[in-house]
Design a protein around this ligand. Structure first.
Ligand code: ZN
Length: 498
């Protein structure tokens, strides 16, 4: 008996406008299931586009199918399942491997045969064609607007979209206020918050009747749109809309913004490695600190960042480490516990060879067990015949049967555990190689404190700071890499990692 999952989807895409609502899809599909006598085990709904891969419920459903929780899908139309080639391919692959045995659509005939799959891939392909076509039309519209100097987006504050003429017009209500805001800001006496207050008092509020968001104010003051040009996809266009301010006033504001940003520091971004290490001497957590030093004749005020022992447990003799040095040590740790691309590739090749070997060994083992299993099954059969023919006594039959059943279960378990576990370790090692490769890339990249901190925890644990040096315990697997310099060509046995 085939077990079905129901899958319903409707997004806010243009393409989905004509599609039944999710509720209506569920009702229709349940009725269809009743009519066709289909067993439904679960129902998945999603309000996401199928243009791109990455739908959670869809992925979850495929995973359950892979695990054998169900082997059929009931959906309104093929285009509910996929509108992109990746997801379409996944469905067809599951059909090929037999994990999926049936697809049912009230609106579309499908049969799990080569011809059926061919028709299905056309149905997925048509949905993709529709999407490709649609976005091509949207793109064409945008290009036309750009040629005409019309900003192809929502009009910024101070302007309105004019839908009939497809242009952007001055908003008589807010234009005056925007102009005033630029003038106030250019005087240098007003902060972003003051400008926001000004708008609020003049009745320009967010949709929830609150202050406008601060980044909206910042973006407004930085937008060249107000003196007549705009940027789109990295290019600058001369707009056909009416400017609200002069270029001179705009430039004055940019100067003020530059001056303000020098004193603006994002504190959170400075210390990525907080909470990573402890002091080895007194096991206090390592904290971070910022210092200013003043060089009156040369550099003026200079900031320094440190990591140091929190000294929460009394006296401790450990000294601070500059944040640059700290980061450098983390980079070195990642670098020396990572895999250079060529080595990673080579290891993946070895892994593949090992996988093929393992597959052979496991197949051999299974092929030895299978005859034993059928032997036991035959014995059981003969035993039953003997019992039915009254050649064997009930007690004798029961004892012999119990023994044979035990034997049978044992064999079945062995076979299924071989089938299930054979490639588990291959997947683990493959994941490991890929993350060691990623660690290498991250160690070499720039300005990526967050990634460094994340990977430091992946590569090792128990970080301690002692005498300005970081010590740590490499995670299993990564310790084997430390022995091998990333660029070294020395062969590395995979079995070190297992
Ligand atoms: Zn300490």
């Amino acid at each position: 008996m085939i077990k079905y999952f129901i899958y319903c989807r409707k997004s806010t895409d243009e393409a989905d406008r004509q599609v039944l609502s999710i509720e209506a899809q569920i009702t229709e599909l349940k009725e269809f299931a009743k009519r066709e006598n289909l067993e439904i085990v679960d129902c998945f709904t999603e309000a996401k586009t199928a243009k791109k891969p990455g739908r959670e419920k869809f992925e979850q459903m495929l995973k359950l199918i892979e695990n054998g929780e169900a082997n059929g899908i009931l959906s309104w139309h093929a285009d509910r399942l996929a509108r992109n080639s990746v997801d379409g391919g996944k469905i067809i692959y599951l059909l090929d491997t037999g994990k999926l045995q049936s697809l049912k659509f009230p609106t579309l005939w499908f049969e799990n045969t080569p011809q059926g799959k061919f028709m299905l891939s056309i149905a997925f392909g048509q949905s993709k064609y529709y999407i490709d076509n649609l976005s091509e039309n949207v793109k064409r519209g945008i290009r036309q607007k750009l040629r005409n100097g019309v900003y192809p987006n929502k009009a910024p504050i101070g302007y309105l979209n004019e839908p009939r003429k497809r242009t952007i017009e001055v908003d008589p209500k807010t234009a005056r206020l925007v102009r005033k805001a630029f003038q106030l800001f250019a005087s240098g006496k007003y902060s972003y918050v003051d400008i926001d207050k000004f708008f609020f008092n003049q009745g320009v509020k967010s949709t929830t009747n609150k202050y406008l968001r601060m980044d909206k104010i910042r973006n407004m003051l930085r937008s060249p749109f107000y003196y007549g040009v705009f940027e789109f996809a990295g290019e600058t266009y001369q707009g056909s809309h009416k400017p609200l301010i002069s270029k001179t006033l705009f430039d004055k504001c940019q100067e003020i913004i530059r001056r303000k940003s020098k004193t603006y520091i994002n504190h959170k971004d400075e210390f990525w490695f907080l909470g990573l290490a402890k002091c080895k001497e007194c096991s206090s957590a390592i904290t971070a600190e910022k210092h200013f030093k003043f060089y009156p004749k040369t550099r003026g005020k200079v900031r320094y960042y440190y990591y140091r022992c929190g000294k929460k447990h009394g006296y401790c003799s450990q000294k601070y480490v500059s944040s640059g040095e700290f980061e450098k040590q983390i980079r070195e740790i990642l670098w020396s516990h990572s895999l250079y691309e060529l080595n990673a590739k080579r290891m993946l090749n070895w892994l593949h060879a090992d996988e093929i070997n393992e597959r052979k060994t496991v197949e051999n083992k299974i092929s030895l067990l299978k005859p034993q299993l059928s032997n036991v099954e035959q014995k059981l059969d003969r035993l039953l015949t003997g019992y039915l023919d009254q050649v064997i006594e009930t007690i004798e039959y029961q004892t012999a049967k119990k023994k044979l059943i035990e034997e049978k279960t044992n064999l079945e378990e062995q076979i299924s555990s071989f089938e299930k576990n054979q490639f588990l370790w291959v997947e683990l090692v493959r994941d490991f190689i890929n993350s060691a490769l990623e660690a290498h890339k991250i160690a070499c990249a720039k300005n990526n404190g967050e990634e460094l901190s994340f990977f430091a925890k992946k590569v090792g644990s128990n970080y301690f700071l002692s005498g300005r040096r970081l010590e740590f315990c490499p995670m299993r697997g990564f310790n084997a890499l430390a022995a091998l310099a990333p660029a070294a060509s020395a062969p590395l046995s995979l079995h070190d990692l297992r």
